[in-house]
Design a protein around this ligand. Structure first.
Ligand SMILES: NC(=O)c1ccc[n+]([C@@H]2O[C@H](COP(=O)([O-])OP(=O)(O)OC[C@H]3O[C@@H](n4cnc5c(N)ncnc54)[C@H](O)[C@@H]3O)[C@@H](O)[C@H]2O)c1
Length: 717
């Protein structure tokens, strides 16, 4: 059994300490230990009260997710919670650190809660496609009122101790948690035999009975922040039950039923896949665990544009001083003022106090002079996407920045090895591909060059964690992981337009599938002119899928930036309006290229775009560009708006069944005649062996079987 509960009597108080490193989840050993310790304390007539706390930095971090789906050994959580709630001696939860999910639910079964000043609490089950099924949906609303409880449960947010006190979740906060809790329980035990239970607090439920707004607001919140997800609706139903059922145990029963429905729902599996996927992604199979990690005390950024500013904010937010260099004084001034505006916006929204803003913005310095970054431990370059320019910059960085520092590039697709070859420290060169806006988007693609050292990689993965990013390693191959997949996906969206579908139909079909933003809205946002200009410069004929976009650019329709692209935009607005005037262009380009426009179903739209992602993802995996199938899912969910509840394109393929995926690919290959739908060898092989993506042989075996070599990846992005 995993974990235990330490038992000690001090001063007539039983101290129960959950001990299950590193964060004390409620594994079988902990549940049994809690049950037995409560019995022991009850039976000891000298014990006047009980203090329940956690060993180390956590109180109880939650349920043991690794037990999901398996047979549960020993006492169930419900048995333990009942024992705790009906204990005949007063129990104080001494919340010494994080109390999340089952951890907070444990505390809610105690008579009193005292939290360490630095602790925080939360019910984040929604992030795993679940609801707080240990009574959380019934007890939390009784303390905070249903509106606040719903906000907490639907966002899954962590609430710091002081706020938890204001919300009524804890009774006191303390800087001396164990001693204060012992003192408190001794006193209260001597004063009274009647100790409050959360289940009996009904006043806030009665108040809410006559207020329909609470549920309407919660529904709106779920629809906005958790589009397409199953668990939020279940959480709302649980709180409705808490309000409307007079018997607390009836409410608990309902919660149990709704919880089970979440547990059996495919979204739960998809979301837990991503939870574990993000943790696995930070491990690099051939980099030893004990690899030295450099201490990053100061960061430098080259280029104060869109990306440079956002990346600088990431470092400052993590408490790391950051110095920005630009060659252009005006650009630098503008870049710094954008950063300040972003922080001011957070202050206005109540996300930062002005003191916090001053302190975090105070970590950002800037100048035009490379000598000011000589002492940085890492410098990230974020200038224009031009290899010659990047070569120049890395030469200068190599000269000016201390030799042990890491030099990274934010390039979206240039060759990291070529950049490394310009320097005298190729082992310190790495790609750090942040996504826009860098201070908000979670994805960080870490591009591993031929000579990037283990120490450099391990350090970057550690920084990724510090900056709260989902960091995923990609080999240095064209388009890395995400943009290579995106390329095939948008090309198919464009082909569908050429064949007869309209942008808003394609966008709506894919948004209904769950994507945050359809491909044409996205292309309008990024700007159609970037690709058009590059194609013009190359002097080559544009590929079929780019023909319509190019024609729109010829008409000065560049996307949002020019107020018109695939859609029209009113001045100052980002909302897309239909552009019927484009339809003549679509007709013309289709017919010029031999297409008779036809009606295309939403099913074909979704199939063709998503299959393009899946097939390319399988190739990326077989080539070893991504380490694991789940890494590809983490990339697509955190960087490209793929719905988390579908678990990413690779998980989605597994859920459909690889046989079905191959059948569909073959069907669309027949319809379109395009090699995009020629099933990846990886898919064929896995399906033949009855395996799923993610159950592939090791990378070395894959290379041997498929004969992959880095140099064989054509530079076709
Ligand atoms: N914008 C995005 O969405 C995005 C996303 C991911 C990656 N990227 C990549 O990030 C990099 C930067 O893109 P951006 O959109 O932030 O560019 P940007 O045009 O917004 O900013 C570039 C900045 O670099 C400065 N600069 C140019 N040459 C310089 C030099 N020699 N020394 C110092 N500063 C110099 C410019 O003055 C400008 O302020 C590019 O490689 C791009 O491909 C961009």
């Amino acid at each position: 059994m995993k974990g235990t509960v330490l038992y000690e009597v001090r001063d007539d108080v039983a101290i129960l300490t959950v001990d299950n490193p590193p964060v004390n989840p409620l594994s079988d050993g902990v549940r049994n230990g809690l049950y037995e310790s409560i019995v022991k304390a009850e039976e000891d007539s000298d014990v006047k009260g009980i203090v329940l706390t956690g060993n180390g930095r956590a109180f109880i971090a939650g349920a043991d997710i690794s037990e999901f789906g398996g047979n549960v050994e020993g006492k169930s959580l419900n048995e333990v919670f009942r024992k705790l709630e009906f204990c005949d001696k007063p129990v104080v939860a001494a919340i010494n650190g994080i109390a999340l999910g089952g951890g907070l639910e444990t505390a809610l079964c105690c008579n009193y809660r005292i939290a360490d000043i630095n602790a925080f609490v939360g019910l984040p089950e929604v992030n795993l496609g679940l609801l707080p099924g240990g009574g959380g949906t019934q007890r939390l609303p009784r303390l905070t009122g249903p509106s606040e409880a719903l906000k907490m449960m639907l966002t899954g947010s962590h609430v710091p101790a002081k706020k938890a006190l204001n919300m009524g979740i804890v009774d006191q906060i303390s800087e001396n948690i164990l001693e204060d809790s012992i003192e408190f329980v001794k006193n209260i035990a001597s004063e009274t035999d009647a100790h409050p239970k959360v289940r009996d607090k009904n006043d806030k439920m009665l108040e809410a009975k006559s207020n329909d707004n609470v549920m309407v607001e919660a529904q709106a919140m779920a629809a906005k922040g958790r589009k397409g997800q199953f668990a939020p609706g279940q959480i709302i139903k649980c709180v409705e039950a808490a309000i409307n059922l007079d018997d607390f145990d009836e409410g608990l029963k309902k919660e149990g039923e709704y919880f089970l429905e979440c547990l059996m729902h495919p979204q739960r599996e998809a979301m837990i896949h991503i939870f574990f996927g993000e943790r696995a992604a930070s491990k690099i199979s051939d980099v030893p665990k004990d690899t030295k990690i450099m201490d990053i005390k100061k960061a430098g950024i080259i280029g104060s544009g869109t990306m440079g500013g956002g990346i600088a904010m990431c470092f400052a937010n993590a408490g790391i001083p950051v110095h920005i260099i630009d060659q252009d004084e005006e650009n630098l001034k503008r870049g710094i003022s954008v950063i300040e505006k972003n922080y001011d916006f957070m202050v206005n929204k109540g996300k930062l106090t002005s003191e916090q803003k001053d302190s975090v913005f105070g970590l950002v310095t800037s100048s035009l002079n490379y000598s000011d970054i000589s002492d940085c431990d890492i410098v990230i370059e974020a200038v224009y996407e031009n290899l010659e320019l990047k070569h120049e910059i890395f030469k200068a960085l190599d000269q000016h920045v201390k030799p042990e520092a890491i030099l990274a590039s934010n390039t979206s697709g240039l060759d990291i090895d070529s950049i490394a070859s310009i320097t005298s420290r190729p082992e310190k060169i790495v790609g750090t591909h942040f996504f826009s806006p860098a201070n908000i988007m979670r994805l960080l693609e870490v591009v591993r060059g031929e000579q990037t050292s283990n120490e450099t990689l391990a350090t970057i993965m550690a920084i990724g964690k510090k900056l709260k990013k989902a960091a995923v390693v990609s080999l240095n191959a064209p388009g890395f992981i995400g943009n290579r997949m995106l390329f095939g996906y948008t090309a198919q969206a464009n082909m569908l337009l050429l064949e007869g579908a309209l942008p808003h139909q394609i966008d709506q079909a894919l948004e209904s599938f769950g994507l945050n933003m359809g491909p044409f809205r996205m292309m309008d946002l990024v700007g159609l002119d970037l690709g058009w200009r590059a194609r013009k410069l190359s002097g080559k004929e544009s590929p079929l899928h780019a023909k319509i976009g190019d024609e729109l650019c010829e008409q000065n329709r560049y996307g949002q930036k020019s107020g018109a692209g695939y859609y029209n935009y009113s001045e100052g607005s980002r909302a897309p309006n239909p552009a019927p005037e484009n339809e003549a262009t679509y007709e013309k380009i289709s017919s010029e290229n031999g297409f008779t426009r036809r009606d295309i179903t939403d099913e074909e739209i979704v199939d063709r775009c998503i299959l393009a992602l899946i097939n390319e993802g399988a190739d990326i995996l077989s080539e070893g560009v991504a380490q694991r199938a789940a890494d590809i899912d983490v990339v697509y969910i955190n960087g490209y708006g793929f719905p988390i509840w579908r678990g990413g394109p690779m998980h989605h393929a597994n859920a459909l069944g690889l046989e079905v995926v191959i059948e569909k690919l073959e069907k669309y290959k027949e319809i379109t005649g395009s090699d995009v739908y020629k099933p990846s060898e990886m898919l064929l092989k896995l399906a033949k062996d009855g395996l799923k993506l993610g159950e592939a042989p090791s990378k070395e075996e894959r290379k041997e079987k498929l004969g992959f070599e880095m140099s064989s990846v054509a530079n076709n992005f």
